[in-house]
Ligand binder design. Structure first.
Ligand code: AMP
Length: 382
């Protein structure tokens, strides 16, 4: 067990690292951040930060030797330096899990090999016959790059022969995955923690609404049956055990029209769809992550309110004239609502599509929470 007072290292300096640092420092830990860029939301609130490339083995080794355990908040960290430093530090989750989750092809192959329900797919190597793979999966389907895809980036939906030609041109020379387009009732996610002592606990299921491929709302409790809720949590817990996870894992799922649960993606870190837990749960996902990697007992995960909704605040909520930013959103409606909580990440420069913060709303039922959340979101631009 790594007791309070010790040092937790985080690779990556974004908002997930920042909220991890808040939680860790509440429990009395010191947090050190390793982040290539000097403009880092997490470094601002941490005891110590190193700004150097991930491939700089000397700086990275020096950093990890100064930490009692090292975790990460960003998936696209090169795995090779972590593998080389395996004997220099304790990494939770381990680099093998990161390696699976950061590449769609490895991720889907792992799901298939472990008999975890997933979307039907075909793998296409760089230089492979993408047109044949698309025809094998059939229309409609979606082509995704194998590496570094997130929030719908590097994806193309293919509905007919004309779109097929476009996809073949767009993905030339890239490794890609062709997925069947799934008709779903809703998108869900489950965050599961597993501690170094082997204790496992999943959070209640979140129902997620995306707009232009970016998470817009997370709704708790999800509007699903208790049977689907427990099936989704059991699935996430089984994945965590099978991966040998220590830390936090987010599992994104489609609930199909025939009530099947299919895994879309996994992320071995805190997740945007778990931010509701900061204001609507006994233990937040960030505190649970700290507890899991430090080997402390895991925290309770009951909702503290009958309903909670989380809304992402993107740079789009700032006032714009073309690509010139004219001013801040109007925060007063959120700040003036007793059951609403505002979280901003301290990013200096707003950009369209950039996650700048989020807010949560708690209420007596999901309908009321969602209505209020929508009204407060529109009021940002008043
Ligand atoms: P991803 O980057 O894979 O999480 O995809 C972003 C969003 O695109 C998902 O949250 C879904 O809304 C949608 N999407 C991705 N893959 C599929 C699919 N195979 N079928 C239907 N919708 C999809």
């Amino acid at each position: 067990m790594i007791l309070p007072g010790k040092t937790l290292g985080v690779l990556g300096g974004g908002q997930l690292g920042r909220m991890f640092a808040h939680a860790a420092e509440c429990l009395g830990y010191r947090v050190h951040i390793y982040e290539p860029s000097s403009d880092s939301p997490a470094a601002e609130v941490s005891a110590h930060a190193v700004h150097a490339p991930y491939a700089d083995l000397v700086s990275l080794e020096d950093f990890v030797r100064g930490c009692d355990v090292v975790t990460y908040e960003f998936e696209n960290i090169p795995v090779e330096p972590l593998r080389q430093l395996e004997s220099a530090a304790v990494f939770h989750p381990g680099w093998r899990i990161l390696e699976i989750a950061q590449n769609r092809l490895r991720e889907k192959t792992w799901l298939r090999e472990n008999a975890i329900p997933h979307v039907r797919f075909a793998a296409c190597d760089a230089g492979g016959d993408l047109a044949a793979d698309i025809r094998r999966i059939g229309f409609p389907c979606v082509v995704k790059t194998a590496d570094f895809g997130y929030d719908g980036k590097g994806q193309l939906k293919v509905v007919d022969e004309a779109a097929l030609e476009q996809a073949v041109a767009a993905f030339q020379g890239q490794r890609a995955v062709v997925e069947q387009w799934v008709g779903f009732k809703c998108e869900l996610s489950v965050i599961v923690a597993r501690s170094s002592a082997g204790e496992t606990r999943s959070f209640p299921v979140a129902e997620n609404i995306h707009t232009r491929h970016i998470l817009d709302f997370s709704i708790l409790p999800a509007r699903i049956s208790p049977e689907v809720e427990s099936r989704a949590r059991a699935l996430a817990e089984a994945i965590a055990a099978r991966l040998g996870l220590v830390g936090l894992l987010a599992v994104e799922l489609f609930l199909t029209d025939s009530d099947e649960l299919l895994v879309n993606e996994m992320a071995p870190r805190p997740h945007n769809s778990g931010h509701w837990s900061l204001d609507g749960c006994v233990t937040s996902q960030f505190e649970q992550h700290v507890r899991a990697v430090a080997g402390l007992p895991l925290g309770a995960v009951g909702l503290t309110s009958p309903a909670v909704v989380m809304v992402n605040i993107l740079g789009d909520s700032w006032k714009w004239s073309g690509d010139r930013c004219l001013g801040e959103p109007n925060w007063s409606a959120i700040l003036g609502t007793p059951c609403a909580h505002l979280h901003l990440y301290g990013k200096k420069e707003p950009r369209l599509g950039r996650k700048m913060g989020h807010f949560t709303v708690t209420a007596g039922d999901v309908g009321t929470a969602l209505d209020l959340a929508r009204r407060l979101k529109s009021a940002l631009q008043a």
